[in-house]
Write a protein that binds this ligand. Structure first.
Ligand code: GLU
Length: 447
C-alpha cells in the first residue's frame, strides 16, 4: 500500500508522526476560492484597506507604499515522482511588508493557489500581526499542488526543493513560514531540517513545528482556540450567553475542529458542521468529539451519524446565532448574503466574505468579526514559539494559553472601542488600528 496523504492514517505505525499525517488530512481544504466571477482576492483585500484608509484620510502616496508588496517570489519546484517521472510545480512567497518586524505567514498547498490569492493573503498577514500587536510584518506562501495526488515522500521532496529555492529569502529575522491549508507540523519539520542544511541550527526559521522538534505546546489548537475565545468575547459584548447560542461551523479541518470543541466545552450548542463531503445538522447539538474521532478514523464526515445531511450552501444560511466560516475564501457573496440568517459571523477562514456581501451584512446589521482579528490566534502562538526558540526556553501549555488569551483580548477590546468611537464596523476598526500601526512604523523608520 503506498503512503499517500489520503491513506496515511490507515497505514502508519509510528504514533507520534501519524498525528501529523492525520492532521494533514484534517486540514485539507476543498477549494480556496469562491465563485469565479467575483473580485480577485487581492482586489477584495484592497477594498477593505481603502475603506479604512479613507476614514484615516491617508495620503495616496502612503496608500501606495502600504499596499505595494516588498517582494514577490515565484519559483519552479520540480520533483521526481515515486514512479520516476518529473513533475513541475509553481511555488510562491509574497513578502508584503516588514515595517514592524520580520515578515510572517503561512505556507499553503492547494491546487488553486495562485499569485493573486497569495498576495492578498500576505497583505492580510500584515494587518493581522498589527491588530494583535505582535512584532511582525506580513507574508504568505503557497505551492499549486493537489496534495491528495501526492504521496508523503513526494510532499517531502516538494517541500525540501521549495526550501532549496528560497532559503536565502526567509529565516528567523527575515520571513518565517508556518502551516496553512494543506500543510502541517510535519511540513514545518521538513522546512526546518532543510533550511538548517544551509544555515545551521535555526529552529526559529519556521513555526508550527512538531512539539518534539522545537514546536510550541498549543500551536496546533491555537487558531481554533482563538476563534472560540473571541466568539465568547463577542457574545459577551452583545449580551448573549454561550449557553443559549446555536452555532454553525463550515469546515472541519484544523481550525473548525478546535473551534467546535472549544465552543462545545464552553457550553455552546454546535448544531451544524461540514467538510468537503457536505454538512450535518442537529438542532439538539452535534457530538463534536465523536465527529472528530470519526474524521480521524474515516477521513471525512461522510456517513457520520447523529445529524441530518445538509449541503455546505445550506449551512451558511441556517437560522443560528453564530455562523463560523472556517474553511474557504469567498464563500459569503452577493448571492447568498441576503439569505444569511445568523446574528453574527466570526471569520475563522481568511477572506470568507466578499466586499459585496460585507456591505449587505452591514445594512442588515449582522455583526462580522473580521478574519484579521478572529483567526489571529494561530500567528500569535507562532510568535510565542519563535520567542521560545530564540531564547532556548520552553513554556508550558498553561502559559501559552494564558498569553494567547491576553493578546487576543487586548486586540479585541481595542478594535471594539475603536468601532464604537469612530462609529464604524469592526472590520474597518481593525484595519484602522492596523494601518495606523504599520504606517507609524514606516514613518518612524524612514524610507
Ligand atoms: N496560516 C496562519 C494564518 O493565516 C498562521 C500564520 C503563522 O502562524 O505565521 O494566520
Amino acid at each position: 500500500m503506498s503512503r499517500t496523504a489520503e491513506n496515511a492514517n490507515f497505514n502508519w505505525n509510528e504514533p507520534a508522526e501519524s498525528v501529523y499525517l492525520v492532521h494533514l488530512i484534517l486540514s485539507t481544504p476543498f477549494s480556496t476560492l469562491g465563485p469565479k466571477n467575483m473580485k480577485s482576492a487581492f482586489e477584495a483585500a484592497e477594498q477593505y484597506f481603502e475603506e479604512a484608509a479613507s476614514v484615516l484620510d491617508l495620503s495616496s502616496s502612503m496608500r501606495t507604499l502600504l499596499m505595494t508588496p516588498e517582494r514577490e517570489i515565484k519559483v519552479q519546484v520540480p520533483i521526481k515522482r515515486d514512479n520516476g517521472e518529473i513533475a513541475t510545480f509553481v511555488g510562491y512567497r509574497m513578502q508584503h511588508n516588514s515595517a514592524r518586524g520580520p515578515m510572517k505567514g503561512g505556507l499553503r498547498y492547494h491546487h488553486e493557489v495562485n499569485a493573486d490569492e497569495v498576495l492578498a493573503l500576505a497583505s492580510l498577514m500584515t494587518w493581522k500581526t498589527a491588530v494583535v500587536d505582535i512584532p511582525y510584518g506580513g507574508a504568505k506562501g503557497g505551492i499549486s499542488v493537489n496534495i491528495k495526488e501526492m504521496s508523503i515522500d513526494e510532499l517531502e521532496r516538494l517541500t525540501r526543493r521549495f526550501v532549496d529555492e528560497l532559503h536565502d529569502l526567509f529565516g528567523p529575522d527575515k520571513d518565517i513560514p508556518a502551516p496553512d491549508m494543506g500543510t502541517n507540523a510535519q511540513t514545518m519539520a521538513w522546512i526546518m531540517n532543510q533550511y538548517e542544511k544551509f544555515h545551521g541550527f535555526s529552529p526559529a526559521c519556521v513555526t508550527g513545528k512538531p512539539v518534539e522538534l522545537y514546536g510550541a505546546e498549543g500551536r496546533e489548537e491555537a487558531t481554533g482556540r482563538g476563534v472560540g475565545t473571541l466568539t465568547l468575547a463577542t457574545l459577551r459584548k452583545t449580551k448573549r450567553s454561550i449557553e443559549s447560542a446555536s452555532i454553525a461551523i463550515q469546515g472541519f479541518g484544523n481550525v473548525g475542529t478546535y473551534t467546535a470543541a472549544y465552543l462545545e466545552k464552553a457550553g455552546g450548542k454546535v448544531v451544524a458542521i461540514s467538510d468537503v463531503s457536505g454538512g450535518l445538522l442537529n438542532r439538539d447539538g452535534l457530538n463534536i468529539s465523536a465527529a472528530i474521532d470519526w474524521v480521524k478514523d474515516k477521513g471525512s464526515l461522510a456517513e457520520f451519524p447523529g445529524g441530518e445531511r445538509i449541503s455546505n450552501e445550506e449551512l451558511l444560511v441556517l437560522d443560528v446565532d453564530v455562523l463560523i466560516p472556517a474553511a474557504l475564501g469567498g464563500v459569503l457573496t452577493e448571492d447568498n448574503a441576503k439569505e444569511v440568517r445568523a446574528k453574527m459571523i466570526i471569520e475563522a477562514a481568511n477572506g470568507p466574505t466578499t466586499p459585496e456581501a460585507d456591505a449587505i451584512f452591514r445594512k442588515r446589521e449582522i455583526l462580522v468579526l473580521p478574519d484579521i482579528l478572529a483567526n489571529a490566534g494561530g500567528v500569535t502562538v507562532s510568535y510565542f514559539e519563535w520567542v521560545q526558540n530564540q531564547q532556548y526556553f520552553r513554556w508550558d501549555l498553561g502559559r501559552v494559553r494564558e498569553e494567547l488569551e491576553k493578546t487576543l483580548t487586548r486586540g479585541f477590546d481595542r478594535v471594539w472601542a475603536t468601532a464604537e468611537e469612530k462609529k464604524v464596523p469592526l472590520r474597518t476598526a481593525a484595519y484602522l488600528l492596523a494601518i495606523g500601526r504599520v504606517g507609524r512604523a514606516e514613518i518612524l523608520g524612514g524610507i
